[in-house]
Write a protein that binds this ligand. Structure first.
Ligand code: MOS
Length: 723
C-alpha cells in the first residue's frame, strides 16, 4: 500500500495543471460556439467584439487561422475548426476571441452576432433507429455456430428456454473535473503546449498536421491531468486554435473550455440499444446468445460503440451472434468513454442473464458459474489466466449472497424495498510497445521518464514503485516524470493499458540503468570497483556490492564526479496469439427502492476481481472505486439530454447532468485476487482503469428487479421509471 507520490502536491494545490501555467504576457482565448445544429453560417458580425476592451483578435470562418485537416481520426474529428462555414452540431466551435483577460474575451464573444442558414438536424437516436445502417468500419456481424446449426435463430428456436429483451442507454458526457485547457507559447518557430491529454504524442502528431509544422518543433508538457475518461484522448478545437492564435499574435495564449463547452466541443459516449436473446437448456446451460447492437454516431466522425461485442468474450455458448449498426446524427463527436462498448454491453448482457435466471428459477450467480468459459467463447483460444470462479465464490461468501431472497419485493425495511443483485465484471488486457528512460543521479535518487500520462489513475506511483523495487531504494527517492513529449514513447493512458504496457518497460529500463551503473563502476579508473568483472558486481538495495566492498550508487557517482547514469529500454508488444487476455471479477450490490417515491439508493457494494498482479493496492482500489461510482452514475443518474428538435443539450452543466455524490455511494468493498498473468508480461499486471465500471450498471438493475419486481431496461434508472 503506497501513497500516491503526487498526492501531497495535488491536495495542496502545488501540482501545476495545464491551466496553471501563467506565462508572461499571457492572453486568453474564449471559444464561440454554434447555436444551431446543422446548416451554414451566413455571416458573423464581429465589429463590436473587435472593439471591446482588451480584445486582441477575433477569429471566425470568415477571418480564420489557417489549419490543415488531420489525416487519421483518433476518435475525434478530422475537420479542424473555422476552416469552413458549415455547422455540423450544436455547440461546435465557430470562433475564437483572444483578449487580455478571460473575462474580456468571454464578454466580447457574447457580442458576436451570427446569422445561420439553418437546416433541421437529425438528432434523435430513437427516431433514427428504424433506419440504422451498417457501421463505417468493422464488420456488421460476428457469428459462431455449432456444426449443423443453420442460423442463430435456429439455435434459439431449438433451445428449451429463451428470453429476449431490448435494452437502451442514453448518451453520456465524461465530465472530468478539469475542463479541457490548452496553453500555447512560441519561441521562434518552436511551440510549447501545456494541454490536458491522455497522450502527449497524440497532441504532437495533431498539432504538426494542423499547423503544418515539423514534429521536432513541438513540445507538449503535461505532468498532471485532472481526469480523462476517454475524451482527453483525441484533440479538440481549442488546442490547434490556441496554438495558431499564439503564433499569429506573438504572445502565449490560454484557452480553457467552460463546463458547457465541455459537453459539445469534445466527445461524448454514444446512445445505444441492444436486443438480446438468450437460449438455454432447463439446467441453465446456454445454447445461444444473440445481441443486435445499435450505437449512435456523430455525422462529424466515425466512432461508434460496437455494444454487442462483449457477448463474444464472456459466457460459454456453442452459438453466438452479435451485430453492429449505427444511427448517424447531427450531434457532437462520439468517442471513447470509460469501457467503451463494455459498460453498455455488460448492462444488457448482465440484465439478460438475470432475466434468464428468473425464468429458469436458477440463482443468477449459479447461472453465471455454470456458463463460465475456460476459453474465449467465440474462438476457443484459452485464457491466459482466469480465476472468475474464485471471484464468484469469495464474493458470494463475503457479501452473504446465500441470504438473498429470490422473490422480488419480498424483503422490506420500513418504507424501503430491498434487493440484491450481482453481475460479472470484465475487461480486455493488452501490452503494447513502450520505451522508458531511467536516470540514476549522484544525489542517490532516480528519475523515470516516458510519455505516459497519469490522469489521476496512480500511474506515476506505479512507475515509482516498480523502479524502487528494482533499485532497492525507497519510493520517495524515485521521481516519475510522465507527460513530456521529449521523453521516450510510453503508452498513452487509455484502454486500461498503461500499467500492462509501461510497467514492463520501467522494469527493463531500471535493469538497464543498473547494468550501465555497474559498467561505469568497473571502467572508471577512480572507482573502487575498477578492473573487476561486471559480473562480479551486484546492484542491490541501492548499492553496488562486490566482496567486502559496498557503495551506494549516489556516493559512487559523487566520488567519480559523474552527474548521472542513464539507460533507455523498450519493452515489446505482446505477440502471444495463442491466448486470450482479459480480466474478470464480480460485483455484488444491495439497492433500496422507496416504496412511495421510487427513489433508488445503492446501500451496499462488493467487487472481487482478478486483474493479474496488483502493483499498488491503494491506487488500484481507488481505480475500482472510481469505476464503480461511475457505474452507479451510469445505472441511476447520468444522462445527456439532447433536444431532438434543436440538437441542443439541455443539461450541459453539473447542476442538471447528475453524477454520483458522496451521499449516493455506500462504502465500496474491493477485494483483489493477485495472480500475476505471466503470459501477458513478466510483470503480470493486466490493468484496471475500465474494469470497475463494467457490469456495475447491470448489478444495480438486477438488484432493482430483486427489490421491486420491476425490470428497467433503459438507463439511467430514474425514480419515475420505478413508480
Ligand atoms: Mo479509456 S475510454 O480507453 O480513455
Amino acid at each position: 500500500m503506497t501513497d500516491r507520490v503526487d498526492g501531497r502536491l495535488k491536495v495542496t494545490g502545488a501540482a501545476t495543471y495545464a491551466a496553471d501555467n501563467r506565462l508572461d504576457r499571457l492572453a486568453y482565448g474564449y471559444l464561440v460556439t454554434s447555436t444551431v445544429a446543422r446548416g451554414t453560417i451566413v455571416s458573423m458580425d464581429t465589429a463590436a467584439a473587435s472593439k471591446a476592451p482588451g480584445v486582441l483578435a477575433v477569429y471566425t470562418p470568415f477571418e480564420p487561422l489557417k489549419l490543415y485537416r488531420y489525416t487519421k481520426e483518433q476518435n475525434d474529428e478530422l475537420t479542424p475548426p473555422l476552416q469552413d462555414a458549415n455547422v455540423r452540431y450544436f455547440g461546435q466551435a465557430i470562433g475564437l476571441v483572444v483578449a487580455e483577460t478571460f473575462e474580456q474575451a468571454r464578454d466580447a464573444a457574447a457580442l458576436i452576432q451570427v446569422r445561420y442558414d439553418a437546416k433541421t438536424p437529425a438528432a434523435s437516436f430513437r427516431d433514427g433507429l428504424p433506419s440504422a445502417a451498417d457501421p463505417p468500419s468493422g464488420s456488421p456481424v460476428s457469428e459462431v455456430l455449432a456444426p449443423g446449426v443453420g442460423s442463430i435463430d435456429d439455435a434459439l428456436n431449438a433451445s428449451e428456454v429463451t428470453i429476449s429483451a431490448t435494452y437502451t442507454a442514453s448518451m453520456q458526457n465524461h465530465n472530468a473535473m478539469e475542463p479541457h485547457p490548452t496553453v500555447a507559447a512560441w519561441d521562434g518557430d518552436h511551440v510549447t503546449l501545456y494541454t490536458a491529454t491522455q497522450g502527449v504524442i497524440l497532441v504532437v502528431d495533431r498539432i504538426a498536421e494542423a499547423l503544418g509544422i515539423d514534429k521536432a518543433k513541438i513540445h507538449v508538457r503535461n505532468p498532471y491531468v485532472g481526469g480523462g475518461f476517454g475524451n482527453k484522448w483525441g484533440i479538440w478545437a481549442h488546442t490547434p486554435l490556441t496554438a495558431a492564435a499564439a503564433r499569429a499574435l506573438g504572445r502565449p495564449v490560454k484557452t480553457v473550455l467552460t463546463r458547457e463547452q465541455a459537453f459539445t466541443v469534445v466527445g461524448h459516449r454514444p446512445a445505444s440499444q441492444q436486443t438480446v436473446s438468450l437460449g438455454a437448456r432447463k439446467d441453465g446451460t446456454l445454447t445461444a446468445i444473440k445481441n443486435d447492437g445499435v450505437s449512435s454516431k456523430s455525422a462529424s466522425n466515425s466512432f461508434y460503440e460496437p455494444v454487442a461485442n462483449l457477448c463474444l468474450s464472456l459466457y460459454a455458448s456453442p452459438n453466438i451472434h452479435v451485430s453492429r449498426k449505427v444511427v448517424t446524427l447531427d450531434v457532437p463527436v462520439t468517442t471513447i468513454m470509460r469501457a467503451p462498448q463494455e459498460a453498455n454491453g455488460s448492462f444488457a448482457l448482465e440484465s439478460a442473464m438475470d432475466e434468464l435466471a428468473v425464468k429458469l428459477g436458477i440463482d443468477p450467480l449459479e447461472l453465471r458459474r455454470k456458463n463460465d468459459s475456460p476459453v474465449v467463447p467465440s474462438s476457443g483460444v484459452p485464457w491466459s489466466s482466469k480465476h472468475l470462479d474464485e471471484c464468484y465464490r469469495i464474493g458470494a461468501e463475503r457479501f452473504g449472497w446465500s441470504r438473498r431472497n429470490p422473490t422480488p419485493g419480498a424483503v422490506t425495511d420500513g418504507d424501503w424495498l430491498v434487493g440484491l443483485g450481482m453481475a460479472t465484471a470484465t475487461y480486455g488486457a493488452s501490452r503494447a510497445q513502450a520505451s522508458v528512460k531511467v536516470r540514476l543521479l549522484a544525489n542517490g535518487t532516480a528519475v523515470v521518464s516516458g510519455t505516459g500520462a497519469d490522469l489521476g489513475t496512480g500511474q506515476s506511483t506505479v512507475w515509482a514503485i516498480l523502479a524502487a523495487e528494482s533499485l532497492g531504494i525507497p519510493v520517495a527517492r524515485i521521481r516519475p516524470d510522465l507527460g513530456d513529449s521529449a521523453s521516450p514513447v510510453a503508452a498513452n493512458a487509455g484502454g486500461s493499458g498503461s500499467t500492462s504496457t509501461n510497467g514492463p518497460a520501467v522494469q527493463l529500463a531500471t535493469d538497464a540503468a543498473k547494468t550501465a551503473m555497474i559498467a561505469l563502476a568497473v571502467q572508471d579508473e577512480r572507482s573502487p570497483f575498477h578492473g573487476m568483472a561486471a559480473g562480479d558486481v551486484r546492484f542491490e538495495d541501492g548499492r553496488l556490492t562486490a566482496g567486502n566492498l559496498s557503495v551506494p550508487f549516489g556516493s559512487l557517482l559523487t566520488s567519480l564526479d559523474v552527474p548521472g547514469v542513464e539507460a533507455t529500454a523498450t519493452s515489446p508488444k505482446n505477440g502471444d496469439k495463442t491466448h486470450g487476455f482479459r480480466s474478470f471479477g464480480a460485483h455484488f450490490c444491495e439497492v433500496r427502492v422507496n416504496a412511495w417515491t421510487g427513489e433508488p439508493r445503492v446501500s451496499r457494494w462488493l467487487t472481487v476481481l482478478d486483474a493479474g498482479r496488483i502493483v499498488n493496492e491503494k491506487t488500484a482500489h481507488n481505480q475500482i472505486v472510481g469505476g464503480v461510482v461511475m457505474g452507479i452514475g451510469h445505472a441511476l443518474l447520468e444522462e445527456t439530454r439532447l433536444e431532438p428538435a434543436t440538437g441542443r443539450i439541455s443539461n450541459a452543466d453539473l447542476a442538471s447532468y447528475l453524477v454520483p455524490v458522496n451521499a449516493d455511494v455506500p462504502p465500496i468493498d474491493v477485494r483483489f485476487l493477485d495472480y500475476p498473468d505471466t503470459l501477458l508480461s513478466p510483470l503480470g499486471a493486466r490493468g484496471i482503469g475500465e474494469f470497475g465500471i463494467v457490469g456495475a450498471a447491470g448489478a444495480v438493475a438486477n438488484a432493482v428487479h430483486n427489490a421491486t419486481g420491476k425490470r428497467i431496461r433503459d438507463l439511467p434508472i430514474t425514480l419515475e421509471k420505478l413508480l
